[in-house]
Design a protein around this ligand. Structure first.
Ligand code: AMO
Length: 446
């Protein structure tokens, strides 16, 4: 039915030909002797000019967001912004929109976020939402592109799981026939089980966290962009992360420069290598500024911002976290191992600290944690010990721990939150704006 329709961006190539356009009425301006209808499709806007001699079309009731098709000719125009305008022979209304619109998609006076989210399907047509999700699309496409171009294989983890992957808390439970099941908190255990056979894997997958609090940087359902790599340690996958991140930012800039400009963003591409700051250094930096923070504490969101200022870099790594801050699968340093002992001595002048820290890192970008990762434990005894240490029952993880009994190489990986990175790249204050259909404690629809 619409096969022969042309898009607004193609119109200039068809000046003086009879063509059909389809789209939405963005706005109309009715003057005594002329009617202007602005038609919008996914590629842009064009002005349709109707003269009073076409009485029916001149008087046709039209409202914003009505869906129309027009058939006629594009003509060059010195006055129209696009350099062309459209003279219609016919105009058909395909579907009407209720008036007035519940959200101001022209964004003259921006509607509040809650109303916009209630009418998300309409809000997508506003220039800022449109820009945000085009940037998000550029980021996720670049993520896939970089990793598949570097020999990583995409894998598909389950959404329903039998035991916690990120510790016991924050799990959504659901009845599963005669058993109890959980919604996946991350693809963690499954990406490890894939990497020990396929070596290099990645995924983009929804995950769920039953965190009770409502904050501007947390959602209860997010999309995680994960990798896992065999024969790799934390340092190796930090290199992969910095390269992937830079590729994503470069692509966002190249493919959606116009949208970023609309959002008032001038993206600076971080320089390689990203600085690697140790957890202890970070604590000392913050203490130096009078912050109350001690060994073992996590950083508050305000402290993450302050730290970014102190480090003086848009993107950097925070590494060597205390074991109690990270999950059971994070690999501790082994001070009996020559390489680890040398690193601990050189970095801390003290190998004993190796008992307290794990090979885990976070990546901060624009003052917010966008990613975290670790080298994993691939030795089953140590893994079971750490599961117990975290207050979990190793029997519940039998399906996972036994994977390390059949020749599991050392491996490491990380995860970027798609909404978090979209939020930081687009400079948004609330993560809900960076999620098409956000789920938080109060929102389950649309
Ligand atoms: P972590 O729990 O740190 O690590 O999550 C990784 C990244 O996912 C995003 N994220 C969130 N974004 C919004 N709302 C939330 N509630 C939320 N929770 C997490 C963040 C975060 O950096 N399995 C490990 C990763 C690994 O080691 O490979 C994990 O899930 O951007």
């Amino acid at each position: 039915m619409f096969d022969s329709r042309k898009y607004v961006e193609e119109v200039k190539e068809h000046v003086d030909e009879t063509i059909t356009l389809a789209g939405w009425v963005a706005r109309t301006r009715d003057l005594k002797k002329i009617r202007f209808i602005v038609l919008r499709d996914r590629t842009g806007e064009i002005q349709i000019v109707v003269k009073p001699d076409n009485k029916e079309m001149f008087e046709l009731p039209l409202g914003r967001e009505d869906v129309i098709t027009v058939t006629g000719k594009a003509v060059t125009s010195d006055v129209a912004k696009a350099g062309v305008e459209f003279i219609p022979d016919t105009l058909d209304v395909i579907n009407k929109s209720i008036q007035p619109l519940p959200v101001d998609i022209l964004e003259n006076k921006k509607s509040d976020l809650d109303t916009r989210l209630n009418f998300r399907f309409l809000d997508f047509r506003s220039p800022s939402s449109n820009a945000i999700f085009r940037v998000q699309n550029a980021l996720s496409t670049a993520f896939r592109e970089y990793l598949s171009g570097n020999d990583f294989m995409e894998f598909q983890p389950p959404g329903i799981i039998g035991s916690a992957s990120e510790g016991g808390a924050d799990l959504f439970t659901l009845p599963y026939f005669e058993k109890q099941a959980f919604l996946a908190q991350s693809p963690q255990l499954y990406k490890q089980m894939c990497a020990i056979s396929f070596e290099k894997v990645y995924t983009i997958t929804p995950i769920w966290r039953a965190e009770k609090y409502n904050t501007p940087v947390h959602l209860n359902e997010i999309r995680q962009m994960d990798i896992e790599q065999a024969f790799a340690d934390d340092e190796n996958v930090m290199d992969v992360l910095q390269n992937t991140l830079i590729h994503m930012l470069e692509q966002a800039k190249e493919k959606t420069g116009e949208q970023l400009e609309f959002l008032g963003r001038d993206l600076e591409i971080p320089e390689k290598p990203l600085r690697r700051v140790t957890y202890i250094e970070a604590i000392e930096m913050l203490q130096g500024e009078g912050e109350t923070i001690m060994w073992g504490d996590d950083f508050t969101k305000t402290q993450e911002k302050l730290l970014t200022k102190l480090v003086g870099k848009e993107a950097f790594f925070l590494k060597d976290w205390p074991g109690e801050q990270k999950t059971f699968y994070a690999m501790p340093y082994d001070k009996e191992n020559e390489v680890d002992a040398k690193y601990l001595e050189e970095t801390y002048g003290n190998v004993e600290i190796g008992d307290k820290i794990v090979r885990a890192f976070d990546c901060l970008y624009a003052g917010i944690e966008i990613s975290s990762g670790t080298m994993r434990i691939h030795k089953v005894d140590l893994l079971k010990e750490r599961i117990k240490y975290k207050g979990l029952n190793p029997d519940n993880f039998d399906y996972y721990t036994k994977a390390f009994l059949y020749g599991a190489p050392p491996h490491a990986g990380w995860s970027i939150g798609l909404e978090r990175i979209t939020m930081t790249v687009c400079g948004l204050d609330n993560i809900r704006e960076a999620c098409m259909f956000p789920r938080d404690r109060d929102r389950l629809v649309p």
